[in-house]
Design a protein around this ligand. Structure first.
Ligand code: ADP
Length: 291
């Protein structure tokens, strides 16, 4: 069991399923409604908590009803929120999703009214209580400050960063991470059609950083120095839901590296874990697998 701190956002998805997409100004009744907590870092923590780790989240919450759903879900997964910045006003990031059961489309209206987690708040965290730090690659300027601070204050504390989307100056985070977890979408946004050619272009600038890129149903690739590694995907008996597969994969990598596994083994166990997840709706699949 390790103590893991992840910095990122938590969101609320409110999903209304309807039989047909409504016309403008129409009033329709939803067949069902589902509330889900999302956000990459908190999703990875949800999986890490099921794997037996002690998980802590650093992010921002407002004092409003939707934040209470988020908090209840984090509590249910035993995710510690002592490092959370709580604001009296604001609105947690919320996606209002109209799910058309007729054709499967998902129309999303997103709203957020919260600042990003500030560096000044991060500085107040006692880093000596953790074994691993994980960051969402967002809010680049403050995240760079947090990474540099952590490197200075706790040089032996491993730092992983998830790079999911192209954002201005995101590459300035690379040199401060020990493990970089790239998405296929990011590699493609840089003009690459395969993971390995993308990772090879980064290698000269990233030195000893472990570079990893997940590629959906093709599995995942990694570079350990000059050594290229690949794991295939492990499809579940029935493919149910791939949402959150990347966050589960990242949790699998962190879990394996914390346990001292080599990068090749970590890649395989992360793909196995993410494949398992794809056989279930949501992220609470590990307890279900045991039954
Ligand atoms: P994201 O959820 O960020 O889009 P990916 O689609 O790259 O992430 O998936 C992350 C990992 O999840 C992959 O490396 C793979 O191991 C696993 N995975 C994704 N889709 C499937 C699938 N259809 N079957 C089996 N495994 C999958």
């Amino acid at each position: 069991m390790a103590r893991i701190l992840a910095v990122g956002i938590a969101t609320l998805d409110i999903i209304n399923s309807v039989t047909a997409y409504p016309a403008e100004d129409d009033e329709v009744r939803a067949v069902s409604q589902r509330l889900c907590r999302g956000g990459n870092a908190t999703n990875s923590l949800t999986v890490l908590s099921q794997l037996g780790h002690q998980c802590h989240w650093a992010g921002v919450l407002a004092d409003e009803p939707d934040a209470r759903h988020i908090e209840a879900d984090l509590q249910r997964h035993r995710i510690n929120t002592a490092a959370v910045l709580r604001l009296k006003q604001g609105k947690v990031p919320t996606s209002y999703i109209t799910h058309n059961l007729g054709n499967g489309s998902r129309t999303i209206v997103h709203h957020r009214g919260l600042p990003e987690y500030p560096f000044s708040q991060f500085q107040q965290i006692d880093l000596s209580q953790f074994d691993w730090l994980h960051f969402e690659g967002r809010n680049v300027a403050a995240t760079r400050q947090m990474l540099a601070w952590a490197k200075q204050q706790a040089p032996d504390l491993p730092r992983s960063v998830e790079i999911e989307k192209q954002r201005d100056h995101i590459d300035t985070l690379f040199e401060l991470a020990d493990v970089l977890l790239f998405s296929r979408a990011f590699a493609q946004s840089q003009g690459h059609v395969d993971a390995l050619s993308f990772l090879n272009t980064l290698q000269p600038q990233c030195g000893s950083t472990q570079l990893i890129c997940a590629w959906g149903e093709s599995g995942a690739w990694a570079l350990n120095g000059q050594q290229a590694l690949h794991s295939p995907a492990f499809p579940p008996p029935q493919l149910i839901d791939t949402l959150g597969a990347g966050d589960t994969f990242n949790a699998g990598i962190i879990d394996a590296l914390i346990r001292g596994r080599g990068l090749g083994t970590a890649l395989q166990s992360a793909c196995r874990l993410a494949g398992q997840k794809c056989g279930y709706q949501g992220l609470e699949f590990l307890s279900l697998e045991k039954n």
